[in-house]
Design a protein around this ligand. Structure first.
Ligand code: SF4
Length: 67
């Protein structure tokens, strides 16, 4: 699984960071960033789905390589 943020959509609510602080950080501009490469360890899959569901701008893209 891999994640990325569509930066043009991100409005900086930071719901994603609250849902999955291991995967998202806030940048100096107040908008969210993906930590590292965006590759998600299997143990954090639930956190990704929680972050995705809580992003009101649909700014989080999730690529699930199991499908
Ligand atoms: S919840 Fe969505 S819009 Fe808000 S900071 Fe996170 S990615 Fe950006």
């Amino acid at each position: 699984m891999k994640i990325r943020i569509e930066s043009a959509r991100c409005k900086g609510h930071q719901n994603c960071i609250r849902a999955a602080p291991e995967l998202f950080i806030v940048g100096e501009d107040g908008y969210a960033r993906v930590r590292g490469s965006g590759d998600v360890p299997p143990a954090l899959k639930e956190e990704v789905l929680l972050a995705w569901a809580n992003c009101p701008e649909f700014a989080i893209e999730v690529e699930d390589d199991e499908q």
